[in-house]
Each structure stands twice: as C-alpha cells, then as structure tokens.
Design a protein around this ligand. Structure first.
Ligand code: AMP
Length: 290
C-alpha cells in the first residue's frame, strides 16, 4: 500500500527520491472518498508517468459557509487501499493547518472564467480551488497533473492558471466515469436517498437529449437551454441550479451554436448538489443555396 505523507517536507523528499531514480512525476489532486472516476485519473497517471502522487485533502477554502465541508465523506484507510490498487506510489494527505497555517494571506484567482456557471452559484469556490491546486503544484513539483472533465469549469480554470502563471507542468483532462445508468460518479452521490438516486440520472439524460437535438440540426442555444430546464423541472425532487449552453473555451453564451460547445447542469436533490456536462462538437450551419 502507498505511504501516506502528511508533511510538505515528506512529500518533497519522496518526489525527490523518485526524480533521482530518473522517474517522471504525475499528480492526481482529490478530496478523497475515492470512486472509479478518481481511480481513472490515477490509472492515467500510472500509464504516463513513473511516480504517481495522489493528494487527499478536503479543502476548506473551496466550501461556502452553508456547504458540506464538515460532513464531506472522509475515509483515508479505504482510499489508501484503492490508491494501491490503482498504482499510486504515494499519498499526500496534509492536515488543514499544514496547508493554511495561521499566517496564511495569499489567494490566486482566475478572473472572468470563474464568474459564471458554478462560480455564480458558489461565490469564492474557485478562488479556493485554484489556490489549493497551485499550492499542490508547488509542493509536489509534478510533470503532469490529472483532472476530470466532470468538473469542466475547474479544469478550464486550472489550464488557464498554468498558462498565465507559467507553471511548468502539463494538465491532462480525463473523461467522465459514470455509473451503469449514466449518473456521473461523485463522492456526493452517497448523500442521495434511494428515490433521489433513481431520479439523479435525469442530469445525464437531459444532456444526452440536448446533444441529440443539436445533432438533429438545432443551433439556437436558448432552445437547447430550454430543453435542459424543462427536463430537470419534470424530474421529481430536482431543483435546477443552472443549465448552461456555452462556448467551451470562453464559457460564454453564443448567439448561434458552433465549434466546441459545453452543455452543463447543476441540480440539487435536497441539500445535495450534483453537476454534469457533455461537450458537443457543432458543425457550422449550412447556408441555404440561393
Ligand atoms: P474531487 O475529489 O471531487 O475534488 O475530484 C478530484 C478529481 O477527480 C477532479 O479532477 C474531478 O474532476 C475528478 N473526478 C471526479 N468525479 C469524476 C468522474 N466521475 N469521472 C472522472 N473524473 C472525476
């Protein structure tokens, strides 16, 4: 089983030893309560790099005051076992004061891209994410870091952070891993009661219906957004947080759909907030022949 390292010096030493052995280093940042989605990132890192570090840290600065920081699932021993099976070489699991000592004063923020979608519903969330991720990049010093498309806006912000601040690291984005009915895997799915769990597949079904409608020729973003909204409104127990149909690079609305388009949903079932998305490559509209 991989060692669990809690100190900055300890993980730097483990990575330094791997580097002296000529190994490249992969980093998989997580908040733990690992599932097959996280493990797919660990396996990608295992396939592409010589020494794989998974981090497990429930980051307080990315949770709002009324969010689930205190009750977020924590299961380090189970996670350690799973990391071992996925070929992780070391786990970095710092305590909160290690990451945020009493004299902590610095945050990084990716402007504009963090304003919409989840940024609008969760003020301060992405500031916490980008700050902790940059800290992990600086602590571990990896060659490649692995993130999931599940958190599309987060991954987009991290790519921008790496570019803008010249972080010497590659960012890899891995596909969404789903349950057999299509629900995107999430550590928060365990909060759902059986009825909510049955209805939670509505997110993916709505996104798929929207994708089919685009493939059939619809190019009006508001028509697609309307379809997503209706599908969620028709789902028992589901409260829509947002439905977005945006350019996947700028995360901004488009007058007509073309290029790479992000269809994204955030939906609450009781206190549990779920997100999901699909990327669609949209062909330019055919102009009618004169
Ligand atoms: P979290 O522990 O929720 O912070 O997630 C850690 C990493 O795992 C992030 O890069 C997520 O995007 C990724 N991840 C979470 N769920 C999935 C999933 N179902 N499929 C692929 N990656 C995921």
């Amino acid at each position: 089983m991989p060692p669990v390292v809690a100190t900055v010096e300890g993980i730097r030493q483990a990575v330094g030893d791997a580097r002296r052995r000529g190994l490249t280093v992969g980093l998989v940042p997580t908040m733990g309560a690992l599932h097959a989605g996280h493990l797919s990132l660990c396996r990608a890192a295992r396939a592409e790099t010589g020494f794989v570090v998974a981090t497990i840290f429930v980051n307080p600065t990315q949770f709002g005051p009324n969010e689930d920081f205190a009750r977020y699932p924590r299961q380090l021993e189970i996670d350690r076992e799973l990391c071992g099976q996925a070929g992780v070489d070391a786990i970095f699991a710092p305590a909160v004061p290690t990451m945020y000592p009493a004299n902590f004063h610095t945050f990084v923020e990716v402007l504009d891209l963090s304003a919409g979608l989840c940024g609008a519903s969760r003020p301060g969330h992405f500031r916490g994410v980008t700050t902790v991720v940059l800290k992990l990049f600086n602590i571990v010093g990896a060659d490649t870091a692995y993130f999931g498309q599940k958190d599309f806006q987060q991954a987009r912000l991290i790519r921008q952070l790496v570019h803008d601040l010249n972080v010497p690291l590659q960012v890899q984005i891995c596909p969404i891993v789903r349950e057999s009915d299509g629900l995107a895997m999430s550590s928060r799915n365990q909060y759902l009661d059986p009825t909510q769990r049955r209805h939670a597949v509505a997110l993916y079904q709505a996104l798929q219906a929207a994708q089919r409608t685009i493939e059939e020729g619809e190019r009006d973003p508001e028509a697609i957004r309307g379809l997503l909204v209706r599908r969620i409104e028709d789902t028992p127990g589901a409260i829509l947080d947002y439905a977005a149909v945006v350019d996947a690079d700028r995360l901004q609305p488009l007058p007509r759909l073309h290029g790479e388009v992000l269809l994204a949903l955030a939906v609450k079932f009781g206190a549990t907030r779920l997100i999901d998305n699909i990327l669609v490559q949209v062909r330019a509209e055919q102009r009618p022949m004169k």
